[in-house]
Write a protein that binds this ligand. Structure first.
Ligand code: HAS
Ligand code: CU
Length: 592
């Protein structure tokens, strides 16, 4: 008899069939993006390392944009909305309030993705005006076709609606359960969304106020530093937007599959509140090398970033303590001997644990990045992609894949096609990423730049202080190839799972924490208080830097008066659209 039948509990699909369908759609979209993103990834790795060049270097930014956007916007965020929907419904133990609204936000996200992907792929057509070779960090001065910004906006609105959906379901639950503590998974989803709403202020102003009208031709000049700063206002919290659903799995699923219980629910709440408060006022740590922001503001961003290490360090402690508890329940003994008692044959467990192990290294390179002075050494080098392939590319991506192995059968009432393939897949990801990110970090220290098809410039060679550049290129290419194979194994395994027979009783209940919500001070659930503090910190961190950027560089760059910049093109477009009609003259009169 399969282990999967042990609990015999009804699955999530049995209990909430409508929600399970949306979650499957969201996760399915996420995996499709992962698959396509991986194809662009391998093209790029082999190109950069000069091992195989299937495209001309002039397409490198198109490939890089497609890889980046599909991976860190589509793959991660579609997964997030799926897993949070699961977490909210499971932990509130009630259906969503309005499933049509749920499908509506999913539809918005799909439509937004398709709109944004069209101009990205347009970059492959030489004659086309329709292109968006702007990379996933799409700030000025790079400019995309308006469709790209439009698509991103629609996608973003979809994510906001998803948050509204979870809040509405939570409020409905609250009226039915006035005295209960917010269940941990719902707490995590809601706090993450509040962080997301606050962060979105920056990108909304950047896109709606500047990038979109600029690409529509409303004005021809832009203050690049201002849009960059607004971008990073959002761009840093985005990385925790990817991380927090992975943390939700580490806190609520990993302890159970380790055979134990979460060490502390209150600590989990504290961690998410720290992320809410500290994620946004640190964005300037991506701009240490930007001229035009004073060293003082950069030093404040650095200090805030160092505080932001705390929630992850707390997580390392809590998650490892929970695993140790599990191992000891399974008969593990000794100072480190308990590690052997962990369920290493379970792909969900091993995947998440290897993801955590890699994150210890990724967190370390993050600390290096965060140092104002050391950042000068690594900024814009291959070190930075090395860092984020450990964080979003492993801590997050591998946890999502491992979590899928655990959750997918409960959403489909079908067993996973192959556990041995799944185990091979997660280990292959770990090995591939160890090679690739090591090579990237080291090459970055030698000065090899990021975001370029030709890392070795003509007439100038980077020299390695140990090993050789060719050796690290090879390591990078082998790593990238293993990652691509690993992705294919993952996607195929999940796809083949849908062909299996239907099985009942695949539900897997989660264990209760050792220290539960009742041990958490009530104030932790006072979301209004934490939102207020988060907003105050954002105002403190950003008012002066933004004011000084505008004072020195103007809203639209130096020497430009913003009023005619906005009003004149509007007038022209209204006149052009309305022609000689009465309405047109009226509108022209009002604006004039
Ligand atoms: Fe970062 C650049 C600083 C975390 C993603 N980061 C990036 C970029 C991305 C990114 C995508 O300060 C590039 C953006 C671009 O294109 O320009 N980052 C940090 C710091 C942290 C950090 C201080 N980053 C992340 C996470 C990301 C991410 C998370 C995605 C998910 N990062 C920077 C800085 C830059 C930057 C600068 C700009 C660089 C430049 O110059 O351009 C921290 O949050 C890290 C804290 C983490 C830890 C690790 C704790 C360890 C844990 C492991 C537990 C172990 C387990 C396993 C569970 C302190 C939790 C146990 C196993 C057993 C067997 C027992
Ligand atoms: Cu950051």
């Amino acid at each position: 008899m399969s282990e999967q039948l042990e609990s015999g509990a009804p699955s999530f699909l049995d209990r909430f069939p409508q929600e399970a369908r949306v979650i499957r759609a969201a996760l399915g979209s996420s995996f499709l993006a992962l698959f396509l993103g991986a194809l662009f990834g391998i093209v790029q790795t082999l190109h950069r390392t000069d091992i195989l060049r299937v495209l001309d270097s002039s397409y490198y930014y198109t490939v890089l944009t497609a890889h980046g956007v599909l991976m860190v916007v589509s793959f991660t965020i579609f997964f997030l909305v799926g897993i949070f929907t699961w977490g909210v419904v499971r932990s509130l133990d009630r259906p969503l309030v309005d499933i049509r609204f749920t499908w509506a936000w999913y539809g918005m996200m799909v439509a937004g993705t398709l709109l944004a992907v069209v101009p990205i792929l347009g970059g492959f057509v030489d004659t086309s005006e329709l292109s968006a070779d702007v990379l996933f960090t799409f700030y000025a001065p790079k400019q995309a076709h308006p469709l790209f910004y439009g698509g991103l906006s629609v996608f973003l609105i979809g994510t906001w609606m998803a948050g509204v959906d979870w809040f509405r379901s939570y409020f409905a639950w609250r009226t039915e359960n006035p005295d209960e503590r917010i269940p941990l998974q719902t707490f995590m989803a809601l706090v993450t969304m509040v962080m997301w709403y606050i962060a979105s202020i920056g990108i909304t102003i950047a896109v709606v106020g500047f990038l979109l009208p600029w690409s529509l031709g409303f004005f021809d000049q832009i203050n690049a530093l201002l849009t960059r700063t607004l971008f990073w206002f959002w761009g840093h919290p985005v990385v925790y937007f990817w991380l927090m659903p992975a943390y939700m799995l580490w806190y609520t699923v990993l302890p159970t599959i380790s055979g134990g219980r979460l060490f502390s629910d209150p600590l989990g709440r504290v961690v998410f509140i720290l992320f809410l408060m500290l994620s946004t006022p640190v964005g300037i740590h991506h701009q240490y090398l930007d001229p035009g922001i004073s060293e003082g503001f950069k030093a404040i961003a650095m200090t805030n970033t160092m505080f932001l290490l705390l929630p992850s360090l707390l997580t390392a402690f809590t998650v490892v303590a929970s695993m140790e508890h599990g191992a000891r329940q399974r008969g593990g003994t000794g100072l480190f001997g308990w590690l052997r008692a962990l369920p290493w044959r379970d792909p969900a467990f091993t995947g998440m644990t290897l993801a955590g192990l890699m994150f210890a290294a990724g967190g370390f390179s993050g600390m290096v990045n965060a140092g104002l002075n050391i950042n000068y050494l690594v900024h814009n080098t291959l070190w930075v992609p090395g860092h984020f392939h450990l964080t979003v590319g492993t801590a997050v991506a591998l946890t999502f894949m491992a979590g899928t192995y655990w959750l997918w059968p409960q959403l489909t009432n079908r067993r996973l096609y192959s556990r041995p393939i799944a185990l091979t897949q997660v280990i292959m990801w770990f090995v591939g990423m160890a090679l690739m990110s090591n090579a990237m970090h080291v090459a970055g220290l030698f000065g090899i730049p990021r975001r370029t098809a030709e890392p070795q410039y003509e007439g100038f060679d980077f020299t390695a202080t140990f090993g050789s550049i060719a050796e690290f290129d090879l390591q990078l290419a082998i790593g990238g190839t293993l990652l691509t194979i690993s992705t294919l194994l993952f996607v195929t395994n999940i796809a083949l799972s849908s062909g299996g027979p239907t099985v009942r009783g695949l539900g897997k209940p989660l264990s209760e924490p050792l220290s539960g919500p009742d041990d958490a001070p009530l104030i932790l659930d006072n979301l209004k208080l934490w939102i207020a503090i988060a907003l105050v910190l954002v105002v403190l961190a950003y008012t002066l830097p933004l004011a000084s950027i505008i004072e020195r560089g103007g809203v639209f760059g130096p020497g430009v008066d913003p009023v005619p910049m906005i009003v004149e093109p509007l007038l022209l477009s209204v006149e052009a659209a309305a022609g000689d009609s009465t309405l047109g003259r009226l509108a022209g009169g009002v604006l004039g």
